[in-house]
Design a binder for this molecule. Structure first.
Ligand SMILES: [Zn+2]
Ligand SMILES: [Zn+2]
Ligand SMILES: [Zn+2]
Length: 360
């Protein structure tokens, strides 16, 4: 009897958004792999011609915010030079048959995470990460407050060329947008449905399950153990206020989600104590990822309740979180055509390997 079958082939449904699923198929050769050599990382401390390095502040658009202050910044925010959304001055309301467009109005800012050019999240001090998370919160609050047409403020980070980072100096981005993005919309709506049926937040239920639940699946004919599921096996880190889990049905093989243990719908409400614990859990989770996949290139993003009256009744049902999506493979035509992502490592094994690391 083994806890894990040698190979798994099953389609797992995302419990939050059931229209999303992942094909877990651990049989080898299922998909072409990207070259396994770790991506080269620029670890220089300072680069003379980098617009985000200290001393080159004149090369960026003016500072929007800085912490602790503009002259001695540790974290600095500037307007994006190439915004995907901007002022609504050149409004072109395209309505053409079934093709409808709304103004690409919004704000796009760059957060320079750290003065050191190539420093990775796991190498930043926890005190610095507390400051960075504080800046995320401040920008989210400020951008919602600045314009009531803003429906969502997305905070995200691209790290490494495979994740779409065009400037090697470590940075995050904030986009205030005139629509609620589909991924957030789906989560908010589906979790509201779950709440209406079960009077419980589905994220809280999943956390409870992840921390406690165990199940054994028996073979119906022979009665032997077919599979043992210890849901606690999805937990990667647990702090005072946050938990990092490897979701049971995640699209990216090494995907990690970090959620507050206490129910909370809005990242903008994060407290000082929570920021400290999030910094701790984030640093350790990134160190684990880096140790296991080496030179991780990733995207991370915050999902939080939209400040939009249509979702005013979702504070009990929605639970904010941070999703970390390492880019270890390139989606194929099968994935883009079917929407079914393929994972060649089981989430259970991924979690086990991540847990085995000893972060300092
Ligand atoms: Zn730089
Ligand atoms: Zn919850
Ligand atoms: Zn999410």
């Amino acid at each position: 009897m083994t806890d894990q079958p040698d190979s798994i082939r099953e389609i797992r449904i995302n419990p939050i958004v059931p229209s999303e699923s992942v094909l877990v198929s651990t049989a080898r050769g299922m998909r072409p792999r990207k070259d396994e050599a770790p991506a080269p990382r620029d670890t220089r401390k300072h680069v003379d011609r980098c617009p985000f390095c200290t001393g080159n502040e004149h090369m960026t658009p003016p500072t929007v915010a800085a912490s602790p202050d503009e002259d001695h910044w540790e974290v600095r925010v500037v307007e994006n030079l190439y915004p995907v959304l901007g002022d609504d001055s050149q409004s072109t309301n395209l309505v053409f048959g079934l093709q409808q467009a709304i103004d690409g109005y919004g704000r796009h800012e760059v957060i320079i995470d750290h003065p050191q050019h190539g420093i990775a999240i796991q190498d930043m001090s926890e005190a610095h990460l507390v400051r960075l998370i504080g800046m995320y919160r401040d920008r989210v609050r400020a951008l919602y407050a600045a314009d009531d047409r803003i429906q969502y403020v997305l905070v995200f980070k691209n790290f490494g060329p495979a994740a779409g980072a065009s400037i090697p100096h470590t940075h995050s981005q904030v986009i205030a947008m005139p629509v609620v993005p589909e991924n957030v919309y789906n989560e908010v709506v589906h979790s509201r449905q779950y709440f209406e049926k079960n009077r419980q937040c589905i994220f809280c239920s999943l956390i409870d399950e992840a921390l406690t639940f165990e199940a054994t699946i028996y073979d119906r004919e022979s009665g032997s153990v077919r599979r043992k599921i210890n849901v606690g096996q999805y937990v990667i880190e647990r702090g005072k206020h946050f938990v990092a889990i490897k979701p049971f049905a995640s699209r990216y093989e090494w995907e990690i989600h970090i959620l507050p243990l206490q129910h909370s719908s809005d990242f903008a409400d994060i407290s000082e104590a929570e920021r400290e614990d999030l910094a701790h859990i984030l640093k350790r989770s990134m160190a684990r990822l880096d140790a296991v996949i080496g030179g991780a290139q990733y995207n991370f993003f915050l999902h939080s309740i939209p400040h939009n009256n249509a979702f005013a009744d979702c504070h009990d049902s929605y639970h904010w979180h941070l999703e970390i999506c390492p880019r270890t493979s390139i989606p194929t035509g099968f994935e883009l055509g079917s929407g079914l992502f393929v994972s060649t490592i089981s989430p259970e094994e991924a979690a086990e390997r991540l847990r085995a690391v000893e972060p300092d």
